[in-house]
Design a protein around this ligand. Structure first.
Ligand code: FAD
Length: 411
């Protein structure tokens, strides 16, 4: 079968496209199918959002040779101020605590997408097919066979990677079940301007309606992610500008200055999903296809990029040993390697949302005491930062900024 691929990636969004770029140096034959082209206004991964990536994710992009280009549109976060509206406790986290030049970076998803798609189109070992929509699959003893709208014959590969953001029927068709819950909240996302410079500080403010995240972007602008009960988020998106800014000011307070301008407002429904294990025969899941988390701590893409880094390293190890990369040893190794971090981040983000939305009497005081305690104990701050920045535990080579090379102890 001359058209057979080594790896077929369904979904060329943030995580699927990053994985393809990471795998490129291994000399594999890779196909990426993406149903919605980058230029299309409805592209769901490279859209209106401006997201935060961690120091660890920067190193992955460095290792795959894309950071220099992406960095042109990135703004550094040097410190984060966390507070609970109506209570005194707060935490300040600075990059000097973990000896890095920034805690993370704020980047429009379209900027990341532009660099990734350019790389996919330029790389001769990658076939980037779009608009092509995967609709069905069959797993045989030695291959994954995927039917797609937009190509005339099925695509065949040793290993199928589902990177569809949980948006396609392939996961259920591979017999993969997920646990899912819908939050009664949505995130309203936009850019806001203020009357003062932010000094590269991000803010996370918990309010009784939900968390408000302000990520520094430009000298006196922030990317805003405002979590609200879904109906309120939709209504806030329609408010006249002056009224919207007044409500934001009322809920957030004046710590970041006076809000003066607002860009286009978009509302995202929020879900929590978990797939255990993120694998089936000749199939693995990466990114939102495997886990979807509340954006409260800006972890979703960072976790997905770590999936890609880990999978790339495991595949490199399998090649080195001459193994079939779709073999259950390889697939199971990937699933095991992601279990711990994924479950920790799923529990952490969901726990934060529950803790800070609890209206039980006395919980506010406990939260305030907890924040003050963290503020006063630098080792706890450091631990918290290292975990949320993806710097704790075993780091795959790409997350250490090292190029992917096949090495013997991977599988
Ligand atoms: C409001 C909000 C703010 C966020 N902020 C942050 C943040 O600050 N930091 C952070 O790390 N994360 C953040 N996230 C999470 C982040 O956006 C996601 O984790 C990330 O988009 C997941 O990427 P993905 O490639 O796995 O999935 P997606 O982005 O969903 O991409 C999936 C791709 O697969 C394609 N596809 C689907 N079905 C098919 C098919 N059948 N055939 C072919 N192609 C298909 C889709 O068109 C899409 O391009 C935020 C999310 C939200 C909603």
């Amino acid at each position: 079968m001359t058209d057979r691929d080594d790896v077929l990636i369904v979904g060329g969004g943030l995580v699927g496209a990053s994985l393809a770029c990471a795998l490129a140096p291994l000399g594999l034959r890779i196909t990426v199918v993406e149903s919605i082209p980058f230029e299309d206004d409805t592209q769901p991964s490279f859209d209106e959002r401006t997201i935060a990536i961690t120091w660890s994710s920067r190193r992955v992009f460095e290792a795959i040779g894309l950071w220099e280009e992406i960095a042109c549109d990135a703004h550094s976060i040097r410190s984060i101020h966390v507070s609970d509206r109506g209570h005194a406790g707060m935490v300040r986290l600075h990059c000097s605590l973990i000896d890095t030049e920034a805690l993370g970076y704020v980047i429009p998803t379209r900027s990341i997408g532009r660099s990734l798609v350019k790389r996919l189109q330029k790389t001769s070992s990658i076939r980037y097919l779009t608009p092509v929509n995967a609709v069905n699959l069959e797993i045989t003893a030695d291959a994954a066979v995927v039917d797609c709208e937009g190509v005339s014959s099925p695509l065949v590969a040793s290993l199928l990677v589902i990177a569809d953001g949980g948006r396609s029927p392939l996961g259920p068709k591979a017999g993969i079940a997920k646990t899912e819950k819908r939050y009664p909240q949505s995130a309203l996302v936009t850019i806001v301007g203020t009357d003062r410079k932010h000094g590269d500080m991000a803010f996370e403010r918990f309010t009784r309606h939900g968390p408000i995240a302000l990520l520094p972007f430009g000298k006196s602008r922030f990317a805003l992610a405002w979590t609200l009960p879904t109906r309120q988020a939709q209504l806030h998106a329609q408010l006249p500008i002056s009224e919207f800014l007044a409500r934001l000011q009322r809920d957030f307070g004046e710590r970041a200055g006076l809000f003066e301008q607002v860009g286009k407002r978009t509302v995202y429904p929020l879900r929590w999903t978990s797939v255990i294990p993120p694998s089936a025969r000749r199939t693995v899941l990466v990114g939102n296809a495997a886990h979807e988390v509340h954006p409260v701590a800006g972890q979703g893409f960072n976790l997905g990029l770590r999936d890609a880094a880990e999978l790339a390293e495991i595949i490199a190890g399998a090649i080195e040993k001459g193994l079939d990369i779709g073999h259950s040893t390889v697939v199971d190794h990937y699933a095991r390697s992601r279990q711990h971090q994924t479950q920790r981040v799923l529990a952490f983000t969901d726990g934060l949302v529950r803790l800070f939305s609890a209206a039980t009497p006395g919980v506010g005081l406990l939260r305030s005491a907890g924040l003050s305690a963290v503020e006063l104990i630098p080792p706890v701050k450091r631990l918290l930062l290292r975990r949320t920045m993806g710097l704790s535990g075993r780091q795959p080579r790409l997350a250490r900024g090292l190029p992917l090379v096949a090495h013997r102890d991977s599988v």
